[in-house]
Design a protein around this ligand. Structure first.
Ligand code: PLP
Length: 405
């Protein structure tokens, strides 16, 4: 046995090609770090035969609630679902207006529309890339019922100003925390300021379940309603219905949705959550390395974190201003890809898209900061999965692309 093994090892060493150096393979943007613990937990779910919403979802909700120091947590199958149900649970009616940021993923705005409300955009602060409370104030109308801020890239919004606006004008506050799992503002976790905090565990986010989301809320009835709406509007979920305590009838009490999280997803999330701080520290390290490496380049780097706050370090975004770099943002994107480095754009401003132009008459130039940022921004790889060599490859590629190598 031992002999055979030795022979095999020697043989395989002899025929192995030379190791592939990192820059010789494509570095996928936002690739998640998946470890053995979640692989084993998923396999255990498969072997148990309980794939759907069950005990692992309940545990993941409790673990996440504890991590965020929140009152109630309801797991769903995406942040988009979390936002949709939160807006419904906030009691918004058709025609009610929700003020949000033009610099966000389309899901934020689509959720408002699906909930039957009307989105209204307020431009961002050009430094923090977060919704500007003064712009929110300017967009208030007699129909405004809610504010939906995004903690962009994990940088907390000015929650003092937004909470006081919400209080003054009797508005609901729904936080899009898709980038902000680890984010804090004045010692308090993002997602616990508003009536609802909505999180994403999509594959590119700071922790993943494949697809997945969570709603945090202070209100027990809101939590119960969201849970019910996430499973067809049924009064009892399947886990309880098929348990060994005997069959129980359910009643459909509202026309709900199919937004529940599976135990297979929660199996991943339970273990990802245990490493969320560890991953955050690694991303902070990469962040600081980028800041140091790019300090003298003609790029605009991410703004310093506002006082008394913790940045979630979800996206490292640089601005490529052609008048300074001599190359356009899109050229920069293509050149990075040609260097085998995957990059992202977060985001072209919402009014750049034809659907919103046609439906709401929005024009990019009406939100000038979001428009400029959307046309200049590039997100560099920031996953905890990156090795030190990967990080140096990204830096070297940026230098080459800008012609300063
Ligand atoms: C990813 C993202 C969403 C949507 O999250 P899903 O879980 O994919 O539905 C919403 N808002 C922002 C800002 C996002 O980045």
């Amino acid at each position: 046995m031992l002999k055979l093994n030795t022979t095999r090892t020697m043989h395989s060493v002899a025929v192995q090609p030379p190791p592939i150096r990192p820059k010789e393979r494509f570095l996928v943007f936002g690739s998640p770090l998946i470890e053995e613990a979640e692989i084993e937990e998923v396999v255990a779910s498969m072997r148990s035969g309980w794939l759907g919403t069950g005990p692992k979802v309940a545990r993941f909700e409790e673990d996440f609630r504890t991590y965020k120091d929140a009152s109630h947590a309801v797991a769903v199958n995406s942040c988009t679902a979390a936002l949709h149900l939160s807006i419904l649970a906030a009691g918004l009616q058709p025609g009610d207006e929700v003020i949000t940021s033009p610099l966000t993923f389309c899901a934020t705005v689509n959720a408002i529309i699906h909930a039957g409300a009307t989105p209204v955009l307020a431009d961002v602060d050009p430094l923090t890339l977060n919704i500007d409370p003064q712009q929110v104030e300017r967009r208030l109308s007699h129909r405004t019922r809610a504010i939906l801020p995004i903690h962009f890239a994990g940088h907390p919004c000015d929650m003092d100003a937004l909470c006081s606006l919400a209080e003054q004008h009797d508005l609901r506050l729904i936080e899009d925390c898709a980038h902000a799992i680890e984010t804090e503002y004045r010692g308090r976790p993002a997602g616990t300021f508003g009536d609802f905090g909505c999180f994403s565990f999509y594959v590119t986010k700071n922790m993943v379940t494949g697809e997945g989301g969570m709603v945090l809320t202070h209100n027990e009835q809101d939590a119960a309603r969201i849970k019910m709406l996430a499973l067809h509007g049924m009064s009892k979920d399947a886990w309880k219905r098929f348990s060994d305590t005997g069959y129980k009838h359910y009643q459909v009490v509202e026309c709900g949705f199919k937004y529940n999280m599976m135990d297979i997803q929660a199996a991943i999330g339970i273990h990802q959550l245990q490493r969320v701080e560890h991953y955050w520290l690694r991303r902070q390290e990469i962040w600081q390395r980028y800041n140091a490496a790019f300090a003298d380049l003609p790029l605009t780097l991410p703004a310093d974190t506002i006082a008394d706050a913790r940045h979630g370090h979800h996206l490292y975004t640089v601005m490529v201003d052609e008048t300074r770099t001599g190359i356009s943002r899109d050229h920069f994107l293509n050149a990075m890809t040609a260097q085998n480095i995957g990059v992202g754009v977060h985001y072209l401003s919402i009014p750049e898209h034809p659907y919103y132009q046609e439906t709401f008459g929005w024009r990019p130039a009406d939100y000038p900061h979001a428009m400029r940022i959307g046309r200049q921004t590039v997100s560099l790889p920031l996953s905890a999965k990156l090795t030190n060599d990967d990080v140096e490859d990204v830096i070297a590629a940026v230098y080459r692309v800008l012609g300063v190598a």
